[in-house]
Design a protein around this ligand. Structure first.
Ligand code: GAF
Length: 409
């Protein structure tokens, strides 16, 4: 029997978060807000290089029951961490917080305050069915769930438009960079806040625009299988930062702000004499091109043909960018051998998850094959989910908070 990672209904998630809130704070929350994890179809490690990426939001969400306070205190509790509580003042939310989950949960409040938004203290209870450390953006889901709740209870009105949601996503990304200390790009927060139900978004990180892209998987008889390798995944251990630094150094030397703005990628590659730099930058250039290929195929109704592009992305991430690991490689190879049309690691890498594009009727066979291959390699038990493009972060319980006239809509 393979393990399936099930998501919760909104009713279940809201009930869990509310129950945790009541047991910890002995009162009712103002409401419950939920933000999804994501899986990226293509466009890996390009979001901090001005490149495009194509994530979908998952039905797996982090639920936050939250109540505004009349003072500047913040009290947090979660079912997913130990110790499960934190208390402090808004002013205490700063780089160096002891626990990452506290920084994810409270960081957006600090950045909103720094940007001049009128944020007050709050009590919040967090529960989540986003698999932790699986490369599916469990951290961004916490940030975005709290951010959208704070937007609502403080009547900022940002969540009402894509422009405002883009601003909230930027706030959450800065919380991750500045408060958590993880030098990530902005894809995960945009995916959690700016997607639309049933669609991927093409996020262009150069101008921060998004375009909705229906993948058409059901019509093509295909499924996007996510394989959580359960191998360790962490973005703050220096490997991610080192790759980002290399890209930024080369961009600066080439006289551009981001590698996306290099006018002639081939000519630029020809100037690189350091082998590591050459391979890192080659990944970025080729991955950006692959996003274009996938979007063209999908929009032409030819999603069944994107498999080889996913395969090429994996090879590039494995060999040029060097962010794969044995578990991801086994997951990808075993899926292909069992009938997947293409497969690749997804997310930051160094563990986490892979995706496989599979004919729907082969999903069970591919899952069994991957689990068996892990067994053969002594790799423990992977877990699976079939990705369905879900909607963005939103309030899922409680009444709308009345907004004064004149706020950003
Ligand atoms: C992680 C980061 F958080 C994203 O910003 C992105 O860079 C991704 O790795 C790789 O594409 O999820």
């Amino acid at each position: 029997m393979v393990e399936i990672l099930n998501s919760w209904s909104h009713a279940d998630g809201a009930a869990r978060a509310s129950a945790l809130f009541r047991s910890r704070f002995d009162t009712e929350p103002d409401g419950v807000w939920a933000a999804p994890g994501r899986v990226n179809v293509i466009g890996e490690h390009v979001d901090y290089n001005g490149g495009p990426c194509l994530p979908i939001a998952l039905p797996h969400r982090t639920y936050v029951a939250l109540r505004a306070r009349p003072d500047d205190r913040v009290r947090l509790t979660t079912r997913q961490a130990d110790p499960p509580t934190w208390e402090g003042r808004l002013a205490d939310i700063a780089p160096g917080l002891a626990d990452d989950w506290v920084a994810y949960a409270a960081g957006a409040a600090r950045v909103l305050l720094d940007d001049g938004y009128p944020i007050g203290g709050f009590d919040a209870a967090i529960d989540s069915c986003v698999p932790l450390g699986a490369g599916l953006s469990s951290s961004a889901a916490i940030e975005c769930a709290v951010a959208i709740a704070l937007d609502d209870v403080n009547r900022l009105g940002l969540a009402a438009s894509d422009q405002g949601r883009a601003r909230l996503a930027g706030v959450c990304a800065r919380a991750e960079n500045e408060i958590v200390g993880a030098p990530t790009g902005g894809m995960d927060q945009a995916a959690s806040l700016r997607t639309a139900d049933g669609k991927a978004i093409l996020l262009d990180t150069l101008d921060n625009s998004v375009r909705q892209v229906p993948l058409g998987l059901d019509d093509a008889g295909l499924a996007l299988l996510v394989i959580d390798t359960r191998a360790h995944h962490a973005l703050v251990d220096g490997q991610y930062a080192a790759r980002r630094r290399t890209c930024e150094q080369v961009a600066a030397r080439l006289g551009v702000r981001t590698l996306r703005e290099v006018a002639d990628p081939q000519a630029a590659l020809a100037t690189l004499t350091d082998d590591v730099e050459l391979r890192r930058v080659r990944h970025v250039f080729t991955e950006i091109a692959r996003v274009g290929t996938v979007v063209s195929l999908v929009e032409a109704g030819r999603v069944a043909e994107i498999g080889p592009v996913l395969d090429a992305s994996h090879a590039s991430l494995r060999d040029d960018y060097e962010v794969s690991c044995p578990e991801l490689d086994v997951a990808v190879e075993a899926s292909r051998a069992a009938g997947a049309l293409g497969a690749r690691m997804t997310g930051g890498g160094f563990g986490g998850s892979a995706i496989a594009l599979v004919p729907s009727d082969l999903t069970g066979i591919v899952m069994d094959a991957v689990a068996a291959a892990f067994g053969d390699h002594g790799m423990g038990h992977p877990a699976f989910l079939v990705a369905r493009a879900a909607g963005p972060a939103e309030r899922v319980a409680g009444s709308p908070v009345a907004r004064p006239a004149g706020v950003l809509a």
